[in-house]
Design a protein around this ligand. Structure first.
Ligand code: SF4
Length: 264
């Protein structure tokens, strides 16, 4: 008899192998989607350490996210863009200054005379629990006194926006100079950075616009990470909580694909 689960799992494994093959040339690059992650985890990646494979359930969950992504992408590609608006979907972002590569979900560009307006957005699928923590009553109450900080998702989409800015405005200063922050502040009214949230349990959708300050936070993160990787000696022997950014957040170790190397 046919075993559907095994057939689907084999299919997902094949897709994963194809994906690994496709991105082989970027094995020594940081991935834009890992913005805000533990520095040591990043070091393991660019040094080619073996990752613990995802279990099948996680692979199916990730696949569900990919399917929603391609559906929205298809809808956008069929939609009629406003006059003079350029639409980029699943667009490659490459920032050699940071050794970062990635793909943004959606970007809309409007050029007028010497002015460029850009809208960048990333789609995130969330389970109900995470949705409630983000948008539920407690999350709203908590946010009244919260100092704005940028999490992993915000830094990720800000990284894509930075990549777009660099490709549209190649004369912008180098990312490791203070001038870049001044230049970004000058054009911040022309930049819109967004996350489109999709609740996997009830299919609700919500879009949140992120402060342009996330661009500064993303610049600081990638500069710090590059300094850490270049300057820090004996990274392999740093235990969890043994240095700033290792890990970046308490929950990271539990889900880390490198923990078999890191936690002895
Ligand atoms: S186990 Fe924790 S400290 Fe070690 S690489 Fe992973 S996230 Fe970082």
């Amino acid at each position: 008899m046919l075993n559907l689960e095994t057939i689907y799992d084999d299919y997902l494994n094949r897709l994963q192998e194809e994906r690994n093959e496709k991105y082989k040339e970027y094995e020594e690059w940081f991935s834009g989607s890992s913005a805000g992650s533990c520095y040591k985890k990043q070091w393991y990646r660019v040094n080619g350490f073996e990752t613990e494979p995802f279990d099948q359930r996680t692979k199916r969950l990730l696949r569900l996210g990919t399917i929603v992504h391609s559906d929205v992408e298809q809808a956008l590609s069929e939609a009629e863009a406003s006059d003079g608006v350029e639409v980029l979907l699943e667009h490659e972002i490459k920032m050699p200054e940071f050794n970062v590569v990635g793909h943004l979900d959606h970007c809309f560009i409007r050029r007028k005379d010497n002015n460029i307006e850009i809208y960048v957005s990333d789609l995130k699928t969330l389970a109900s629990y995470s949705w409630t923590r983000k948008f539920g009553r407690n999350a709203i109450k908590q946010s009244i006194n919260m100092i704005p900080t940028f999490g992993h998702y915000e830094l990720q989409v800000a990284t894509y926006a930075l990549g777009m800015l660099k490709s549209l405005m190649p004369d912008l200063p180098h990312f490791n100079t203070t001038e870049i922050n001044y230049e970004i502040d000058k054009i911040k009214n022309d930049i819109s950075i967004n996350i489109v949230w999709y609740n996997k349990n009830d299919s609700k959708m919500k879009t949140t616009e992120i402060s342009v300050d996330a661009l500064h936070a993303a610049i600081a993160y990638w500069n710090d990470l590059n300094d850490f990787v270049k300057e820090e000696k004996g990274i392999e022997s740093i235990p969890p909580n043994g240095a700033v950014g290792v890990p970046m957040q308490d929950w990271e170790c539990k889900y880390c694909q490198y923990k078999q190397h890191c936690i002895k």
